[in-house]
Design a protein around this ligand. Structure first.
Ligand SMILES: [Mn+2]
Length: 406
């Protein structure tokens, strides 16, 4: 840590905890991502806020979609805490805040430009702390929990689960604020090193001695694959109580559903594999992956690449239609499709050589041109949402950009 001064950041967290902890209202809604880091964050906050006398409602979501904000910001919800998401949509969220309600965002993703009035946004990135490497959302949530009460130190292992899920512990090495909580958890015996299983493997005795990676795998099976069957609830229970029979059965069932859906889809594509347009291999699974969560299409694109179902140097694009019913927020008939992007290993090399454009250069612009929006864009993987009836047009626009010489 090199004697880094986290004082100003921790003071801001303390103020945020005071803001939430004070007041008469004892009902709070925690809105969080449904991936490993988000679920671990949601579990930490549920336990810590319950200990502080709150009645806690967890709302796990796949992303902040403008259409769902009115369903989140209802009059009955007076205190809303966003964690692991919300930072990039702060401006949009601010427009839905009702008078007399309090909204706090705890996020570690690089915030967009421009602030938002009427809400508090605590983010390590504001303090020069790298939210991609030194502080997962679960670490942030745990530090917030420690400001609510020092009795929450037992939540530190879950902070590391979130860090693992967000790939912030390469080879088991933690940095920055993640490292602080790793030391807390080890010194209390809430986490133990397991050198016999490999360097950098940590296990959580309280969760039946599962490793951080195993816990993360459980959460993905439950909350990501099982999202549209309410599996996020089980994932939260799992984080706080450990796996029971019901949780193991559900996770296994979701795993089977995923394998079966993928197998059928590959079979239907047959020898020819994905459809081709210049430099682009694409597949539209429509609603066929239901009830799997929207991350399924990205995983399927990876499977397509692995099984050779794409062109050798292609961008790989998958479409999965947006389910009409959200288990937490009710129905929505926007008729949209989620779009996932991957690249083949050969294309990745060419992008690295600067011979082809990366996904950050292609996706936001193509999405905007058909009235959609980009969500999570990295160089070699990305996602966006577009209207369902504009898929053919989108493929043409994307293929034109992809074929353009760099
Ligand atoms: Mn995260």
């Amino acid at each position: 840590m090199g004697g880094r001064d986290y004082g100003p950041f921790l003071r801001t967290l303390k103020e945020a905890a005071a803001l939430i902890g004070s007041g008469e209202d004892r009902r709070i809604t925690v809105v969080h991502h449904n991936d490993t880091d988000g679920i671990a964050s949601g579990a930490i906050l549920r336990r810590a806020l319950e200990r502080a006398g709150f009645q806690v409602e967890n709302l796990p979501i796949e992303r902040v979609h403008p259409a769902f904000l009115p369903a989140i910001h209802t009059p009955a919800r007076r205190i809303i805490l966003y964690v692991d998401l919300g930072g990039q949509g702060a401006g949009e969220i601010a427009r839905h805040i009702r008078e007399g309600s309090r909204v706090l965002i705890l996020d570690h993703h690089k915030p967009g430009i421009g602030g938002a009035l009427g809400l508090h946004h605590v983010n390590p990135e504001f303090f020069g702390i790298d939210g991609d490497r030194e502080c997962s959302a679960a670490t942030l949530a745990c530090l917030f929990a420690l400001e609510l009460g020092s009795g929450n130190e037992d939540m530190a292992p879950l902070a590391l689960v979130g860090s693992e899920g967000d790939h912030q512990l390469p080879g088991g090495r933690a940095e920055g604020l993640n490292l602080q909580l790793l030391q807390t958890a080890l010194s209390r015996g809430d986490l133990r090193r397991d050198p016999e299983s490999g360097a950098g493997v940590y296990r959580i005795p309280r969760l039946q001695d599962e490793s951080l990676q195993e816990v993360s795998d459980w959460i993905i099976a439950l909350a990501v694959n099982g999202y549209y069957r309410g599996g996020s609830e089980l994932a939260l229970d799992f984080c706080l109580e450990g796996p029971d029979r019901r949780i193991r059965d559900f996770a296994r069932e979701m795993g089977e559903i995923q394998r079966e859906k993928f197998r059928r889809e590959l079979e239907a594509l047959g020898e020819a594999g994905a459809a081709r347009e210049t430099d682009v291999s694409w597949v539209d699974v429509g609603p066929r992956f239901h009830p799997l969560g929207l991350k399924a299409i990205g995983l399927f694109c990876e499977e397509l690449v692995r099984t050779g179902g794409t062109g050798k140097e292609d961008y790989v694009v998958g479409f999965q239609s947006f389910p009409r019913d959200n288990p937490y927020l009710g129905s929505y008939d926007g008729r949209e499709t989620k779009v996932s992007f991957r690249v083949t290993p050969a294309l990745r090399k060419r992008i690295e050589l600067g011979e082809k454009p990366d996904l950050m250069a292609l996706v936001p612009e193509a999405a905007a041109r058909v009235g959609g929006f980009a969500e999570a864009c990295h160089r070699f993987s990305a996602a966006c949402t577009i209207p369902e009836d504009r898929i053919p047009e989108f493929i043409r626009i994307f293929a034109r950009g992809a074929g353009a010489p760099r």
